[in-house]
Design a protein around this ligand. Structure first.
Ligand SMILES: CC(C)(COP(=O)(O)OP(=O)(O)OC[C@H]1O[C@@H](n2cnc3c(N)ncnc32)[C@H](O)[C@@H]1OP(=O)(O)O)[C@@H](O)C(=O)NCCC(=O)NCCS
Length: 235
């Protein structure tokens, strides 16, 4: 049962081998709600209601995605490591993303992927997009993506940001190396296959090569992106 978070459509950014679960976070959801099996960490006890709901919804998605892929896997959905990353069961990799009204989790077997990153971003306003544009992408990247996605400036900037965040979320738990959006470049974006390739500057991608493929989608007022790190690359 997913109450108080009704099931929602999964982002279409992963192959069928990835287990996904997504929920809506209703506007009137009660931030004091108890979700069976998920205890709010002490660090979030005094967080704003929106943050508490997003945490619970995201972790519920993780629990359901794991149950579907690996029934019986040992998983404490409330656990965070010292850097806020979820702690996934042995043999699985996963990723969580949420917006004000939506949460999703994606889980893959570690024999199939060394890491996975999912990211969902509500389309930013034009003013916000203009303000952060230079931090997110070059004019060239933005123009290439606008033409491919057939979308306006704010949508495209949100999309590129989401692509780069999805790569970050796939790599960080493995490499523990932080990088910024301008450390990677959108190299290709295909409107037919909805695939993209990001090139990441060394040394952030040490051991992984420098090109990373992912999938993207623009739907329901949000940009969505997903990256799977292949299992065959050396670490
Ligand atoms: C950590 C970060 C990736 C989260 O992304 P976000 O868009 O703010 O938020 P999302 O809702 O998509 O994801 C949040 C979830 O990611 C997970 N997460 C947190 N830190 C993480 C990390 N370092 N690596 C992977 N996943 C992480 C958690 O599950 C978190 O949700 P929870 O705390 O409720 O469980 C982001 O805040 C960040 O620090 N980015 C790096 C710097 C940057 O902005 N770079 C530009 C793009 S490269």
């Amino acid at each position: 049962m997913s109450a108080p978070f009704p099931r929602a459509r999964d982002p279409r950014v992963f192959p069928a081998s990835v287990s996904q679960w997504s929920v809506a976070i209703p506007r009137d959801a009660d931030p004091a709600v108890a979700v069976p099996g998920i205890a709010l960490p002490a660090a979030l006890a005094r967080a704003v209601p929106k943050r508490r709901l997003q945490f619970l919804a995201g972790r519920l998605c993780a629990l359901r995605a794991i149950e579907a892929m690996a029934p019986g896997a040992v998983f404490d959905p409330a656990l965070q490591d010292a850097e806020r990353c979820p702690v996934w069961p042995a043999g699985l990799v996963g990723s969580i993303s949420h917006t004000d009204g939506f949460a999703t989790a994606a889980v893959a077997s570690s024999s199939a992927a060394r890491g996975i990153g999912v990211d969902v971003e509500a389309i930013m306003t034009r003013a916000t997009a203009a303000e952060i544009a230079a931090m997110v992408a070059s004019d060239f990247e933005t123009n290439v993506a606008a033409e491919a996605a057939g979308a306006g400036f704010a949508e495209v900037l949100t999309l590129i940001f989401s692509m780069k965040e999805s790569l970050y979320k796939a790599l960080y738990p493995v490499t523990r190396r932080a990088f910024e959006a301008r450390d990677c470049t959108l190299e290709t974006i295909d409107p037919a296959t909805k695939r993209f390739v990001l090139r990441l500057a060394q040394p952030f991608a040490a051991g992984f090569g420098d090109r990373f493929a992912g999938a993207w989608d623009l739907a329901d007022g949000a940009a969505r992106a997903g990256v799977l790190l292949p299992s065959h690359v050396a670490g």
